[in-house]
Write a protein that binds this ligand. Structure first.
Ligand code: SF4
Length: 400
């Protein structure tokens, strides 16, 4: 498995596969053909069907500046990947200098056809939770110490923690409408106001978490700076919990960073053994994956043991199995923003449930089993329900 730096990345919203990946591909293509007079990019699959609402064309054109670049939304058949883009570089006489086919494979990662991986080398030698747990038992270490055995990443993770808090803060301080045709109102701030007036502790906690998740997801939806956790579409879930544990529960940031690293193990396993791309596996791969990561972190922060942490992560993703990706109008807004809040609440519940369930019975379903099932389920989802905006809510909810 790769470094956690490849999982947690800071970048502009609203979608890691539709903005971060294309941004990275454009940058690399521009570097490979610096003397081109102008560039062109054809988008296929999900990038074509939802690219407009996801700002894919905008980010490519911006990245190619000051050179000119056109972007076309194309219909393609027998695509090798649901998120395909083809770049062309031309000289001043309109002679083609080169072309690349690039796949945006989720979480901002890309693969260039015919080239070595642009991702870093494997850092972690294990590729299942089962193997990781066995390794930890042999070494007599906790799961939360696993990451430190293979990479020294605390400074980077501290930056990630600060960016997540900044994203929530920025969102909490904005009001008005989100950009785009849906004319959706930002409500993170009003939820926070409701939380402040609430006198029932259990309800207050839910309102605070929802306010933070909405604020981060609204910031992402408007193209703000966000962290892939593991994707940008699901980037409100971990930040909401981190903000809550840091500011409301007063946990030390060093402890939260440990929880964030632990969450990264679960995100990395899903990325490695299934997918974190909504275009490949539906929303279970994005929000489901984020909920599993967040549930593991909460379980750690609540002082649960490693088996209970696994159980929390497993519960977090199991009950998202089959969740479709059907963003209305191609915007990362409906159902995405509300879904981030629901998943943040679920992650909290999953950790509490794991604590009590594991006291009375052994879990029959392992995390690795659920990840395999998620991969299988994602492949069975119809194309209309995998980030194409051709079915589901996208087909039933009117734009205006
Ligand atoms: S529905 Fe889920 S996977 Fe699809 S764009 Fe929204 S957050 Fe991402």
């Amino acid at each position: 498995m790769k470094s956690l730096k490849e999982l947690y990345r800071i970048g502009p919203g609203p979608s890691s596969s539709h903005t971060l990946g294309p941004q990275r591909a454009s940058r690399l293509f521009k570097e490979a053909f610096p003397y081109a007079d102008y560039y062109h990019c054809d988008l296929f699959g999900s990038l074509s069907l939802t690219g407009k609402g996801h700002l894919t064309d905008y980010i490519i054109i911006e990245t190619m500046k000051p050179k000119k670049c056109d972007v076309s939304f194309r219909v393609g058949e027998n695509l090798k990947h649901a998120n395909t883009m083809v770049f062309y570089a031309y000289d001043e006489n309109r002679m083609q200098l080169g072309t690349w086919t690039v796949y945006s494979i989720g979480g901002g990662a890309i693969r260039i056809e015919g080239m070595d991986s642009t991702e870093g080398k494997d850092v972690y030698p294990h590729n299942s939770l089962d193997k990781i747990m066995t390794f930890c038992k042999e070494k007599k270490i906790r799961l939360s110490e696993y990451v430190d055995q293979f990479e020294d990443i605390d400074d980077y993770m501290m930056e990630i923690l600060f960016q997540m808090c900044r994203t929530v803060d920025t969102g909490l301080n904005k009001e008005g409408e989100l950009p785009g045709e849906l004319h959706l109102k930002r409500i993170g701030r009003s939820l926070l106001n409701k939380a402040m007036q609430c006198t029932v502790p259990a309800e207050k906690e839910k309102l605070l978490l929802s306010a933070y998740a909405y604020s981060a997801a609204e910031e992402n939806a408007s193209g703000g700076m966000t962290v892939t956790a593991p994707t940008l579409g699901s980037s409100g879930i971990l930040p909401a919990l981190i903000y809550y544990f840091y500011y409301d529960c007063k946990y030390q940031r060093e402890v939260i960073v440990k929880g964030l690293k632990l969450a990264g193990i679960f995100g990395n396993l899903i990325k490695e053994n299934a997918t974190i791309s909504g275009a490949e596996g539906g929303c279970q791969a994005e929000v489901g994956a984020a909920c599993a990561m967040a549930a593991a972190m909460v379980a750690y922060l609540r002082g649960l043991n490693d088996e209970q942490i696994e159980s929390a992560a497993e519960i977090g993703i199991e009950h998202h199995l089959g969740l479709t990706c059907d963003p209305v109008g191609g915007y990362v807004m409906i159902p995405c923003i509300e879904r981030n809040a629901v998943a943040a609440l679920r992650a909290m519940d999953a950790a509490v449930l794991a604590q009590f369930i594991t006291e009375v019975k052994k879990n029959k379903v392992s995390f690795d089993m659920v990840v395999d099932t998620m991969n299988y389920t994602g492949k069975k989802l119809p194309m209309e329900l995998r980030e194409t905006s051709l079915g589901g809510l996208a087909a039933t909810v009117p734009l205006k």
